[in-house]
Design a protein around this ligand. Structure first.
Ligand SMILES: [Zn+2]
Length: 850
């Protein structure tokens, strides 16, 4: 590995095209070497440099894959030998042949792999304040573009390198621009808000549902290039190892492929050896990063076969300044062990060191894979999907029966599978599977397909792995969450079928909501009706509001034309405008609209026309970002509540939403205006006066919806008659789905099933102290069944009997709180109906049956 040291010192010789201008090294182009302490290259300047490299080097191409949430480019570079770059299409065609192994024998695959150029994917900037990984990319690309050593030549000849310099370009722009603009000011240098407009740091937790534009672009890269290695560069805490590299830690899902994981571990080990050979101290592996149990971080590309190499290098002070230990002792873990053979021996850590570690490690990874491309091609591209097709364990298929209570949720779930290359079939006739009869129109997802392990991962409800470092050691908790079970999150039935069955199936080529026919217009005194039991009802509510269509909700169940309608059914008096809105929304959601010539004779609530919705989102509060995303997706008209709004909240809003994470201190103290520029004025504290104004908003008739920890804020604000119960240790629920029972007669719960599962991050529950002033919406049942629906829970018996969702009438106003985060990363989709109901219900007016 000493050759790489030499290689690092090789001067640029410039292999640019004869007719092209010379390629300036990064230091010359940017005016300083990227990775210099206290300095950050703006991402826009970096893009200029990448374009220049592509322009002047036949080894580099540059393109933007599309636009980001904020409208920036999403850059991608291909780097390889000029000969390889001229036949990228052929390389990708071979990729696809290997990765779809049906009809391809191992011998044929071996022949194909022997001459194949595998793809090595390198990514930085998923987390935008982790600046070192982005700053190192120009030098890496420059060296690949210009150096002529045998090592670089081998890498270029044997690999097609795909570089995404910022997986969240918006954040890289925001963070590096802010850093440069605040130079010499009293402001903190770190961008103070979410660096992705909706998800912030959670942009790397979107690998279950691919909600964001950037997520969709990124999985598009994996689908197109099918890399054998996914090499991602991140930063961890300042006191962590100087760099963490795989092998990975436990626990491990039984759906994961052994070969794919071992390739990840072995490549990591090879890199660690190379780093030690270059005397890079403080590199360790194993402990700490066990992300294979669920699919929320390492997602479907690893199920396609990509080996995953993560670098987590230690962070600095104020993004780019040297970090020193407070006691003068060496940083990181100074205890020598088999997982930390060369402990770090200095008390400081600089940006220069960080980029040196990262760059050296990246070239070690490239060098390692370039040594045996045929093995990587055969194992990762061919054998991993082959293993899935040939699997003899786990269910043979999952059946999603036709006619579920929420067909929109079924469609929403299938969209995830469809985006991740899963083969989806649909029955053209009734059939029997696993002893159960299924109607025509049921969906069948077989597991013996290239992405079969992924199907199993997301649709199977597997027990939490019993992962420990030794038999008597404590159970390892997940790095992220303990479950990724989509059917329970979405409230969808997906039956695992153990053995093969025959059914008349057709492949779903274009996934779309089922076509539904609008009914004949009802008589003048009749009404359109929409059932309340779907997440998609939110879109009806929002669209009817936007078009100013008078809308009622039935307070009780009723029957019409022989069809039973549940409490909460939308009752819409007929008009041309009503029909247009209902028809459009029905088409978009696949949800049926009914009509009756005689309006139902039950008490109703009339929704307030143009309900004004405010969101106290909190600066840099991810839950607030996710809530914005959901509101935007469902077309809800809302505004972010500014500190300037507090003196006249009632004049501006009917309903105020508080996502998880809005504490009293966030509202009262907020952001200190002296630490941030004027444009963050909206997030400053409103003091005791503003706090009192928020209270008055509710007392005067406002509606407050406080989700998760914000329920405590609502209680402190309004002295709600309920106690947030603490449970004795051990009590652990590390991101799991917990069963709750729905109470009848609570409007916020209209349309929800009698039992469902809420998302819990170790949340407890509420105990109502004055039942005359509160209504329990959901509670943890006192029955004989486990409360855990999926994931892991310990000490959860104490939850039984406690409430999760509670509503209160306070003064003239109305409040809903929930102990759990009903919108956690938008995963518990089934719970969205509750939030949508709550937004419009508080401001509505009761109308008697007569
Ligand atoms: Zn990170």
């Amino acid at each position: 590995m000493a050759t790489l040291l030499v290689l690092a010192a090789t001067p640029a010789v410039g292999t640019a095209r004869a007719d092209a201008a010379p390629i300036p090294p990064p230091k010359q182009f940017f005016g300083f070497q990227p990775g210099t302490s206290g300095k950050l290259v703006r991402f826009s300047r970096m893009e200029d440099y990448f374009k220049l490299l592509a322009d002047r080097s036949p080894r580099v191409t540059y393109e933007s894959l599309g636009k980001t949430t904020l409208g920036h480019d999403y850059p991608l570079m291909q780097i390889s030998s000029p000969a390889n770059l001229q036949r990228v299409d052929e390389i990708l065609a071979e990729n696809n042949r290997l990765a779809n192994p049906r009809g391809l024998s191992e011998e044929e695959a071996r022949d194909l792999a022997a001459k194949h150029i595998p793809v090595y994917y390198l990514e930085a900037g998923m987390h935008s304040t982790e600046v070192g990984p982005v700053q190192v990319i120009p030098d890496i690309v420059y060296r690949l573009a210009t150096e002529s050593s045998p090592e670089i030549k081998k890498i270029l000849d044997k690999l097609l390198i795909v570089v995404v310099p910022a997986a969240n370009p918006d954040g890289s722009h925001l963070v590096t621009d802010y850093f440069n603009e605040t130079e010499g000011t009293s402001y903190t240098r770190t961008y103070p808000d979410l660096y992705h407009p909706y998800t912030g740091h959670d942009d790397n937790r979107d690998w279950l549902l691919f909600t964001q534009k950037e997520s969709k672009l990124r999985i598009g890269v994996f689908k197109k290039y099918r890399p054998v290695v996914e090499h991602i560069l991140h930063q961890a805490g300042s006191s962590n190892p100087r760099m963490w590299v795989p092998p990975w830690d436990d626990g491990i899902s039984d759906a994961r492929d052994a070969l794919q994981m071992q390739a990840s571990n072995e490549l990591g080990m090879d890199i660690v050896r190379g780093l030690y050979s270059e005397d890079k101290k403080g590199v360790s592996y194993g402990n700490g990063y066990g992300i294979w149990g669920t699919a929320d971080i390492a997602s479907f590309e690893t199920f396609m076969g990509s080996a995953l190499v993560l670098f987590e290098t230690a962070s600095l002070r104020d993004l780019a300044y040297p970090f020193s230990s407070s006691n003068g002792k060496p940083l990181g873990n100074s205890v020598r062990s088999m997982r930390n053979l060369l402990p770090y021996d200095k008390s400081t850590w600089t940006l220069e060191q960080m980029v040196d570690y990262l760059e050296t490690g990246v070239f070690l990874g490239l060098d390692s894979v370039a040594k045996e491309p045929e093995r990587w091609s055969l194992d990762e591209l061919y054998k991993v999907p082959r293993n899935a097709i040939d699997s003899t364990t786990g269910p043979w298929a999952y059946v999603l029966p036709a006619g579920q209570r929420d067909e929109f949720a079924v469609y929403d779930l299938l969209k995830v599978m469809d985006q991740s290359l899963v083969e989806i079939d649909r029955a053209t006739a009734p059939f029997t599977a696993g002893g159960k009869a299924y109607p025509a129109g049921s969906y069948v997802l077989k597991t013996r397909q290239p992405m079969g392990a992924w199907v199993n991962q997301l649709l199977g409800n597997r027990p939490y792995p019993d992962a420990r470092n030794c038999p008597s050691c404590p159970l390892l908790m997940p790095y992220s969450e303990a479950t990724d079970n989509l059917p329970i999150m979405f409230g969808v039935t997906a039956d695992p079928i153990a053995s093969s069955f025959s059914a008349s199936l057709e492949r779903v080529r274009t996934l779309a909501p089922d076509a539904v026919l609008m009914p004949q217009p009802p008589a003048a005194h009749g009404a359109y009706l929409v059932e309340p039991a779907s997440e998609g009802v939110s879109q009806f509510l929002a669209n009817l509001q936007k078009q100013d269509v008078p809308t009622f909700r039935a307070a009780a169940g009723f029957s019409s034309n022989g069809h039973a309608f549940a409490p909460g059914t939308l009752v819409v008096p007929p008009s041309a405008r009503a029909r247009a809105v209902l028809e459009d929304t029905s088409k978009a959601t696949g949800l049926a609209v009914y009509a009756t010539d005689t309006a139902p004779q039950v008490a109703e609530f009339q929704l307030k026309p143009g309900t004004r919705v405010g969101l106290i989102r909190g600066i840099n509060n991810q839950a607030g970002g996710w809530l914005m995303w959901q509101l935007d997706q469902h077309g809800v008209d809302y505004k972010v509540v500014s500190a300037d709004d507090y003196p006249r909240l009632s004049a501006l809003y009917d309903t105020i939403l508080m996502p998880d994470g809005i504490s009293q201190s966030r509202i009262v103290n907020g952001v200190d205006p002296s630490t941030v520029p004027e444009r963050f004025r909206w997030a400053r504290g409103v003091g005791q006066e503003g706090w009192d104004q928020l209270k008055q908003f509710v007392l005067d008739g406002g509606t407050m919806v406080a989700i998760g920890s914000s329920g405590d804020t609502a209680k402190a604000l309004l002295d709600l008659p309920a106690d947030h119960v603490m449970l004795p240790s051990p009590f652990r629920i590390p991101g799991s789905l917990m069963r709750v029972a729905t109470s009848a007669g609570v409007p916020e719960l209209w349309g929800m099933p009698a039992q469902w599962a809420t998302w819990s991050e170790g949340d407890t529950g509420w105990r109502v102290t004055d039942a005359s002033k509160a209504k329990v919406g959901t509670s943890y049942p006192n029955d004989a069944q486990p409360l855990l629906a999926s994931g892991y829970a310990e000490g959860d018996a104490g939850l039984r009997g406690l409430a999760d969702i509670v509503t209160f009438d306070v003064g003239q106003g109305h409040v809903m709180i929930s102990a759990t985060d009903l919108n956690f990363r938008t995963w518990p989709r089934a719970a969205w109906t509750v939030i949508a109901n709550a937004i419009y219900q508080g401001p509505s007016t009761e109308v008697p049956a007569a």
